[in-house]
Design a binder for this molecule. Structure first.
Ligand SMILES: [Zn+2]
Length: 205
């Protein structure tokens, strides 16, 4: 597949709506923990080239993703919730590995982890035409109770978002270790969201 669509440097909204593969990789992902809120419009991993992801994981509107889904048990000891994710690229096995590690964390982490707000869901991203990572079967949302999402917040008078997060970074580190990036690393934050994007984590290894 072409890395570059020849359209040159893109303003933020175009980068997000119509990224080529090069654009998708252009913003470095800060492995765990951002010590401070992300700078304006710094959303590493939030742009996804639809053709690339569809070629890899299938088109959920054509039923191509459901046949790749396998069930995993989320937190067998703490929750035992059944969730479906894709088996492609070993995503299901990797999420199971995440689940095993999180299951071993002390009880004070439980409220952030379960119930999971969901994995596979063939839908666009709220307020956009782009497919959500959930439509490829590569994403999981943690517990809604402690989630913060930029669309739920009110921008400041000068139009800036105020970053908020309650998810402990111990949880983020476990996901990143197994190839998942965190929506809490984005200026347009979605702190319960994780998705399998090892290509972005490789940059800092
Ligand atoms: Zn999500």
């Amino acid at each position: 597949m072409p890395l570059d669509d020849g359209k040159g440097a893109k303003p933020f909204e175009t980068w997000l709506a119509d990224p080529d593969i090069e654009d998708m990789l252009a913003v470095p992902y800060p492995r765990t923990g951002i010590g401070r809120p992300p700078a304006r419009n710094v959303d590493p991993g939030r742009a996804r080239n639809a053709a690339f992801f569809t070629a890899m994981y299938g088109d959920c509107t054509k039923g191509e993703v459901t046949r790749t889904l396998v069930e995993i048990v989320w937190l067998p000891k703490k929750a035992g919730q059944r969730l479906k994710v894709t088996a492609i690229n070993g995503v299901a096995a990797r999420l199971e590995a995440v689940s095993r590690e999180l299951d071993a964390l002390p009880a004070r982490f439980d409220a952030y982890l379960s119930p999971s707000a969901g994995t596979y869901n063939c839908r666009p991203i709220a307020g956009t035409a782009q497919r959500s990572a959930h439509g490829y079967g590569i994403a999981i949302d943690l517990a809604l109770r402690h989630a913060h999402y930029w669309r739920w917040s009110k921008p400041t008078a000068d139009g800036r978002l105020t970053y908020r997060n309650a998810v402990p970074l111990e949880i983020v580190r476990v996901f990143e270790k197994h190839g998942f990036i965190w929506g809490g690393a984005w200026y347009h934050y979605d702190t319960m969201h994780f998705e399998y994007r090892p290509e972005l984590l490789g940059q800092e290894r």
